[in-house]
Design a protein around this ligand. Structure first.
Ligand SMILES: NC(=O)C1=CN([C@@H]2O[C@H](COP(=O)(O)OP(=O)(O)OC[C@H]3O[C@@H](n4cnc5c(N)ncnc54)[C@H](OP(=O)(O)O)[C@@H]3O)[C@@H](O)[C@H]2O)[C@@H](O)CC1
Ligand SMILES: [K+]
Length: 479
């Protein structure tokens, strides 16, 4: 499923109109879908709060349909006729022919459903003060609230709240989801999100939502006629005296994803991995942290792998070591996680490298303010690598194509989940997936499993091991 931004939706609108489908046809389709959803709520009395743009037009056309089908429905126009868009002006004319009543501001509390048609895709900058006051007033009315397209006050491109926003129970959007629908803080304002189709001209876009269908397409299937070499080798460089557990989780993630061989090399002693999972090839360097000169000792191990994971639990002491790995193993797929990210400051990377920062880790390697999908795509372009940005909504990008994973939740907010994730990614990469595909599959499996477990165990009780022990259930649904 494609995710569009405000410019792309405007282009789609224009393209559709150029094919011969009129703007008012699209508006009528939008309104009819909203009408059907509202009718099923058995409303007594509905009001649309209409702005002067086409978002107001959708809302007003809905009111006219409700009234025409026998439901009490009025409108409030926040502005003057002269200020209205052409589409909205047409709707006002039609509404008059259907005797739609335009009420004053004093009446807006008398309804059991409010339709928010104030501002949609056309929001520009921060809300004006008078609009903020109106939205605050609407939010304080106790009734069911429905937003047309996107709650007024939310930026379609980022999901930011531009001063204040209408708090909807249901948001009905058209044709495609927009970035603002799937990002926090907007998600807290959107309520139940409903996507309805319009006669939009369909095209390809660069941003997509991660869903089961997508993951099935990328998932590496296993052949009966195969051996351990068929599924690749991951070499994991992780852990330190300070963080001995991280490396265990990464190794377990890699092995349980299906990699043919998993080697774990730690500076410290973490022999316990052998008791937990004896199939992991384990090597300790018997020291506190990795150093540059260790490369000579482990060179053969690294050469034998097709994917290297470096970072979980390594601490800042190993920056030089990480740099050497990046510079010397250019033909390997490399996943740079956790403290390995300190090494990439001012570095140009490669297309076969993935970095996996969460918001707090961005400052390990750049002073730039990174928040929006555009900034993350730009970062990916500048660094010349793949990025998995681990926020509440995950963003996975190679700068050309971007995927959003919205399955995350508070069940992930625990130390160790990231270590497990990097192991899964490395494991799928070893099996032949590219780093984008590996990130998409791994985040999907991890989050979907956690989400299902949460219902039984609660988010408090969740641990990376509990999720890991259940990922097979999600994998079974994919193969
Ligand atoms: N795209 C499509 O294919 C289709 C689109 N459709 C619909 O059209 C919608 C887009 O319509 P649009 O472009 O006319 O803009 P829209 O969202 O009504 O916003 C304009 C209003 O916002 C106001 N406003 C803006 N900034 C503000 C601020 N900072 N603070 C305060 N106010 C601010 C602005 O006021 P102004 O600044 O002009 O005074 C004006 O009143 C889209 O969301 C969907 O619902 C459907 O019909 C189906 C097909
Ligand atoms: K709206």
């Amino acid at each position: 499923m494609y995710i569009l931004d405000s410019e792309e939706i405007k282009r789609t609108d224009l393209k559709t109109i150029q094919t011969g489908i009129k703007e008012e046809t699209l508006m009528e389709q939008a309104a009819f879908s909203i009408y059907q959803i509202i009718k099923d709520l058995n409303p007594k009395k509905v009001i649309a709060i209409c702005g002067t743009g086409n978002n107001g037009g959708d809302a007003l056309a809905t009111i006219r349909l409700l009234k025409n089908f026998g439901i009490k429905a009025d409108a409030y126009l926040n502005g003057t006729y002269e200020k209205c868009s052409l589409g909205m002006k047409k709707q006002i004319e039609i509404a008059k022919n259907y005797n739609v009543n335009f009420v004053g501001i004093e009446s807006i509390g008398d309804y059991d459903i409010i339709i928010d048609g104030l501002i949609g895709n056309g929001l520009k900058g921060e809300l004006r003060e008078d609009t903020k006051i109106l939205i605050d007033k609407l939010n304080n009315i106790n009734c069911k609230k429905i937003s047309v397209d996107i709650p007024s006050g939310i930026c379609s491109d980022t999901g930011e709240i531009m001063g204040d926003a209408f708090k909807a129970d249901i948001t009905i959007t058209f044709g495609y989801l927009k970035i603002g629908h799937i990002m926090y803080p907007a998600i807290d304002y959107i309520g139940n999100l409903k996507l309805v189709e319009l006669s939009f001209f369909k095209e390809r876009y660069t941003r997509k939502l991660v869903n089961e269908e997508q993951v099935k397409n990328f998932f590496p299937l296993r052949k009966e006629n195969s051996n351990k070499f068929t599924y690749g080798k991951v070499c994991i460089l992780a852990g330190s005296v300070q963080y001995p557990g991280a490396s265990v989780l990464t190794a377990l993630g890699a092995i349980k994803s299906g990699a043919g061989m998993v080697q774990l090399i730690t500076p410290n002693r973490t022999e316990s991995i052998i008791n937990i999972e004896p199939s992991v090839i384990y090597r300790s360097l018997d020291k506190d942290y990795f150093e540059k000169e260790d490369l000579e000792i482990i060179n053969k191990d690294l050469k034998a792998a097709n994917t290297i994971i470096i970072g979980p639990g390594i601490t800042k002491n190993s920056i030089e070591f990480v740099n050497e790995i990046i510079d010397n193993y250019t033909e390997k797929k490399i996943i740079l996680d956790a403290d390995a990210l300190y090494a990439i400051k001012n570095k140009k990377l490669r297309k076969n490298i993935l970095i996996t920062p969460h918001p707090g880790e961005i400052k390990k390697f750049t002073d730039q303010k990174i928040k929006t999908v555009y900034e993350i795509e730009e970062l990916s372009k500048n660094l010349n690598c793949n990025i998995l940005y681990k926020n509440s909504t995950n963003i996975i990008t190679d700068s050309q194509n971007t995927y959003f994973n919205v399955l995350g939740g508070s069940f992930l907010s625990k130390g160790g989940t990231g270590d497990l994730l990097s192991g899964l990614i490395g494991g799928f990469s070893a099996q032949g997936c590219n780093l984008m595909e590996s990130s998409i599959i791994s985040t999907y499996i991890l989050y979907k499993t956690g989400r299902k477990l949460q219902e039984e165990y609660t988010s408090n009780y969740m641990t990376p091991i509990l999720i890991l022990n259940n990922i097979y259930k999600t994998i079974k649904e994919l193969i």
